[in-house]
Design a protein around this ligand. Structure first.
Ligand SMILES: NC(=O)c1ccc[n+]([C@@H]2O[C@H](COP(=O)([O-])OP(=O)(O)OC[C@H]3O[C@@H](n4cnc5c(N)ncnc54)[C@H](O)[C@@H]3O)[C@@H](O)[C@H]2O)c1
Length: 339
């Protein structure tokens, strides 16, 4: 089998994960990396012994590249994805696909027109408790979906120290895109309406012009309801950056998920303690990367190599973008918004 030639555009916090996973994929060959930050681009290209580009358009002209990851900030995916599709490259786009519905539509259409694969990296579909929840639903073990609560939040570290562009996005795009995709995937239905509230106090007071939190209820076409919560203002004293809990209730059973405070790995040191991530990764265990954040990226390469449709498509990304825009509208207008 010919190896899939791979490139990564955007080499920040998460782009580095795409690079790592591509570099060791058995069906893939990392050909090139691209970032507008020259030092970062050169350091990454050198570390992996691959070509480096400052301009993604130039990289897209490289005939050895079959597929690219787009790992630029949330609001900078559209042009790169559309141009990559037009250049005939398969695309793995980080979540959210886009922050505007018309942009997401353009991206999906561009990929369909070009006949290339467009996958969105909703990697929580590979997060073991959620993958197992979906499996139980499909096996008919739980009956019909009724209601759910999902909370995915970050400590303040993320908007204040990790992301330089937090005020140009929001916790809804950064984390709510994951929880919204999970709710529609596990409940197997599209949203009918949403009701949302959000607040701006803490981060705005620190000069970061973005909501502190969103709480929203999604009513699905099949009658199920999900209450979702995303906050970006949890204190940095928490033992993990992320707080992620979920409860799914069905007519014949329920599932409770706690992916962080599960107690499987608690690390106590002299002056501090932490609950290190053991699910997401990619983390090195005995010299090999493991974790659901690795699995979704690997899945993309598997699908291109084997000519299969990925578990998440551009259309999933478009649906999530539609729902999250309705959430923002609902919070602004203080009323339910029908999709
Ligand atoms: N940080 C995380 O934990 C995480 C997790 C999952 C997904 N994501 C998603 O991944 C995407 C990137 O997030 P991040 O945290 O890595 O951001 P980041 O700011 O750390 O990295 C983004 C990189 O994109 C580069 N860039 C911007 N415009 C470019 C262009 N035109 N061409 C080439 N490079 C360009 C920037 O210079 C920067 O190095 C976002 O959509 C985010 O939601 C992030």
């Amino acid at each position: 089998m010919r190896k899939v030639g791979l490139g990564v555009i955007g080499l920040g916090v998460f782009g580095q994960n795409h690079v790592k996973v591509y570099a060791e994929h058995p069906y893939g060959e990392l050909i090139a990396v691209c970032d507008i930050k020259e030092d970062l681009m050169k350091a990454t290209a050198e570390k992996y012994g691959v070509e480096g580009y400052l301009d993604y358009r130039e990289m897209l002209r490289n005939p050895r590249i079959d597929a690219v990851s787009v790992v630029t900030p949330d609001f900078l995916h559209r042009d790169i994805v559309v141009e990559a599709a037009e250049a005939g490259k398969h695309i793995l786009c980080e979540k959210p696909l886009a922050t505007k519905v018309e942009h997401a539509e353009e991206m999906v259409k561009a990929a369909e027109r070009a006949g290339v694969t467009l996958m969105v990296d909703f990697h929580n579909r590979w997060n073991p408790p959620f993958a197992k929840t979906k499996e139980a639903v499909e096996a008919g073990e739980l009956g019909d979906p009724v209601h759910a609560y999902i909370r995915l939040s970050d400590t303040m570290y993320v908007p204040t120290k990790m992301l330089s562009w937090a005020s140009k996005s929001s916790v809804l795009w950064f984390l709510g895109s994951h929880t919204t995709d999970l709710a529609r995937w596990i409940f197997g239905s599209e949203a009918d309406s949403v009701y949302a509230v959000s607040g701006m106090k803490v981060l705005k007071g620190m000069g970061i012009d973005t909501p502190d939190y969103y709480q929203y209820v999604i009513k699905f076409k099949n009658g199920a309801v999900a209450a979702l919560e995303n906050s970006w203002i949890l204190p940095e004293t928490l033992p993990a950056i992320v707080d992620f809990k979920a409860e799914f209730v069905f007519t014949e059973g329920c599932i409770y998920v706690d992916t962080v405070q599960h107690g499987a790995f608690k690390k106590f040191m002299k002056n501090r303690w932490e609950y290190p991530d053991i699910l997401a990764g990619p983390s090195l265990i005995h010299g090999r990367y493991i974790g659901f954040a690795k699995e979704s990226i690997s899945h993309f390469v598997d699908c291109i190599a084997q000519d299969k449709e990925p578990l998440v498509t551009g259309r999933d990304g478009l649906e999530v973008t539609k729902i999250l825009n309705a959430v923002i509208e609902s919070a602004e207008k203080k009323r339910e918004v029908v999709l």
